[in-house]
Design a protein around this ligand. Structure first.
Ligand code: HEC
Length: 687
């Protein structure tokens, strides 16, 4: 009898949990923003960032004004898309700190700091950013920069569980937002610049138990392969790639089709970048730079499409993917669309992975076209920079990076925060793989000399410029293009009222008419914007929120505003009348003029050391600096403060690494001679 009661109790609990999960799953499956919430990273599982709300429209947009703002008190990049449910907004800031904000009182309800050790700051290529949380059945999930996946109770911010998803002795970091599918939390990681093997993992949403893990590149073939996909992939690699990790990290985009029950995941670049060093006898190196379709319940690979076989340029396919139906040759097709770094816009059949079409959306000089028969790029000569240095377009920053696109089905346009980029690639003859990450040829484990040297093969058509564009995915051509002065602008949002919203590197939140590309509204927020705006309802009123917070890979070194202010939540509504932030004074620091006698014999060692250890975050006498100061303007140069910052970790608390374990006094001195020399050379040239 007792056992029966226990059994009944058990059966009943299972039923409750599974019913709970079913309705929680359905909440996400049917999420589309029409209830005024923003429940999923890309608003819906199709990730189209198309809000059906239309209270804010062309007729009243001139009355769109600031309603309230909230200073988050943290400098460094903010890339998060907030999740919004029933008047509460959840998002992440720098160092993977999570905020829950009451959208009625405009106050922080709770804040959760996972206390990522500041020494982890240097493990990432591109700032200590985080792209947001996932919400499921009252639980909030997020990844931390040091590789943990954490579940919190959404209401209170109380810790529910925490799992370590990476080997912390390796340079793995998490910056991407988790996704929840069928009760499983999916999370990948980054680190392919510094030498790691890519993978992503599914965890049970309730317990944090690992359910499956999918590696994106094969490990050492002397050891058993994890699955058939890895065995197949290993045939496309040569050499001893596993010693360097191989790369293929899953650091951002995913999408899900509940009808097909397929999870789509974008994979990253090769590690090291240099194909000749990574896989000396060639090969496509599956599954780098690919879109993978998997069964989310088992992690089994169903199909894949590789955008850049044998990647040699950091051409990740981790960029945003959007699912929709398109009428192609009079037939409705279920498609997945992506504009990865390599500069081609891809439309694939998402059931089979068949390539439907691919065209260049920015200037591309590495391939003529994508062959629709084979699905492979038709590469141009010399682009693999083996015989000569090559000036590549687009470059490692990509024709499009992580900044989310948006698809407006009424207009039939995919809006792309695109950019023209170019950079030089060449062999790094001094390259030797460095297991601890920082401290090789260019500071990274790239084996590619992108940071110095001159191209032997140049391309006059290659430029550097931001472009907001409306792309017609059926015709595979731009409907309109807005040329921007800044190349590192924010992600996009589109609405049923035909608007497109974007924050920019020069601190503006802008609105365009989606049909024509005319700028119809803007507000000046005085500090650079990376994240995507979101829109939602509170008590029946439509709001627009954008979070400023300059930083990221590009923003560490550069800025396009007078100052870099702390991250701030800005919320607008029709009739909002709060004051916009004050115009910031122009950056007036003078170039340094230390009293030191310049020792020219030390400059060369200083320059090499600088490029090995500092050049990924700092510039010298260039732009005034972004998040990390321009050292050509630092009053610490030529004073003991410099040594204490560099060798004793005096500013570690703010994310300036402590190099005491790798550099000595002579190195620090040499770096200063290099800085002083560069400043004096510029000053002399200016006179
Ligand atoms: C991972 C990124 C990163 C790397 C690599 C890095 N720095 Fe920094 N550095 C920072 C940040 C962030 C700050 C600003 C800290 C603050 O706000 O107090 C900073 C500040 C400094 C400052 C203080 C400047 C001032 O005027 O306030 C000096 C000096 C400095 N760094 C020198 C170096 C040198 C030399 C190297 C190479 C050996 C280096 N940094 C490498 C991120 C970095």
């Amino acid at each position: 009898m007792r056992t029966n009661i226990l059994f009944l109790f058990f059966a009943f609990s299972v039923l409750i949990i599974s019913n709970c999960s079913k309705s929680a799953d359905n909440e996400l499956i049917y999420a589309d923003g029409s209830d005024g919430n923003w429940l999923l990273h890309g608003l819906n599982y199709s990730e189209n960032r198309y809000s059906p709300l239309a209270q804010i429209n062309e007729e009243n947009i001139d009355q769109l004004g600031l309603d309230w703002q909230l200073d988050l008190g943290m400098k460094r990049g903010i890339e998060a898309t907030p999740i919004i449910k029933d008047g509460v907004m959840y998002f992440t800031g720098p160092w993977s700190v999570v905020f829950a904000v009451d959208l009625r009182s405009h106050e922080i309800i709770w804040k959760y700091d996972p206390e990522v050790p500041k020494s982890f700051g240097e493990k990432g290529c591109c700032d200590v950013v985080n792209r947001g949380v996932a919400l499921y059945n009252g639980q909030l999930y997020f990844g931390t920069f040091d590789g943990r996946l954490i579940a919190l109770e959404a209401e209170s911010g109380k810790l529910l569980w925490e799992v370590l998803t990476v080997d912390q002795s390796k340079p793995y970091t998490i910056t991407g937002a988790p996704r929840v599918v069928n009760g499983k939390v999916l999370i990948g990681n980054g680190g392919a610049e510094l030498g790691v093997r890519g993978y992503f993992t599914a965890y049970d949403a309730y317990t944090g138990d690992e359910i499956w893990r999918f590696y994106t590149v094969p490990g050492n073939p002397d050891e058993p392969f994890e699955n058939e996909a890895m065995e197949k992939a290993a045939e496309t690699w040569t050499g001893t790639w596993w010693e360097y990790g191989g790369g293929g990290t899953v650091w951002d985009a995913m999408a899900y089709d509940p009808e097909l029950n397929l999870l789509y995941v974008g994979t990253g670049n090769g590690s090291p970048w240099n194909w000749k060093k990574r896989s000396p006898e060639g090969g496509d190196n599956l599954y780098l730079s690919s879109i993978l379709a998997l069964d989310p319940d088992t992690g089994e690979l169903k199909w894949y499409y590789q955008t850049t076989p044998g990647d040699a340029w950091d051409f990740t396919a981790t960029q945003h993917m959007i699912l929709t139906e398109l009428e192609i040759d009079d037939e409705p097709r279920k498609v997945i669309m992506q504009a990865p770094k390599n500069g081609f816009f891809y439309v694939l059949d998402r059931e089979t992975g068949e390539l439907i079409s691919a065209e260049k959306f920015v200037y591309v000089n590495w391939a003529d076209s994508i062959d629709l028969e084979t699905g492979r790029p038709v590469e141009r000569p010399h682009v693999r920079y083996v015989e000569a240095n090559f000036q590549m377009a687009p470059d490692y920053n990509g024709g499009h990076n992580w900044q989310p696109m948006a698809y407006n089905p009424d207009l039939g346009y995919v809006f792309i925060p695109a950019r023209e980029t170019t950079s030089m690639y060449g062999q790094d003859s001094l390259w030797k793989f460095n297991k601890v990450g920082f401290g090789t040829g260019n500071g990274w484990n790239l084996a590619t000399g992108t940071l110095y040297g001159k191209p032997t093969i140049t391309d006059d058509k290659a430029t550097i410029q931001g472009k907001l564009m409306a792309w017609d995915p059926v015709k595979q051509e731009a409907a309109w293009v807005v040329e921007q002065n800044n190349i590192w602008n924010g992600g996009l949002l589109t609405t049923a009222s035909g608007l497109v919203f974007q924050g920019t590197a020069d601190g503006k939140i802008t609105a365009y008419r989606g049909s024509t590309g005319d700028l119809i509204w803007e507000a000046d927020l005085q500090t650079g914007i990376l994240s995507s705006p979101v829109t939602y309802l509170v008590d029946g009123v439509q709001y627009l929120t954008v979070i400023t917070g300059w930083g990221g890979g590009y923003g560490m070194k550069n800025k396009h505003t007078n100052a870099v202010l702390p991250g701030t939540v800005y919320t607008f509504r029709i009739g909002g009348s709060a004051d916009l932030p004050k115009v910031q004074p122009k950056y007036e620091r003078a170039l340094i003029s230390p009293k030191w006698d310049l020792d020219l014999s030390k400059v060369s060692h200083g320059e090499t050391t600088y490029w090995k250890y500092c050049g990924t975050c700092h510039v010298v006498a260039e732009t005034g600096g972004g998040v990390a100061p321009d050292l050509g303007y630092s009053p610490m140069v030529g004073t003991p403060a410099f040594t204490s910052v560099v060798l004793d970790g005096a500013l570690l608390i703010n994310g300036m690494p402590n190099f005491g374990d790798r550099l000595n006094k002579d190195d620090a001195e040499a770096i200063q001679h290099y800085i002083i020399n560069k400043v004096r050379t510029i000053q002399t040239a200016g006179k």
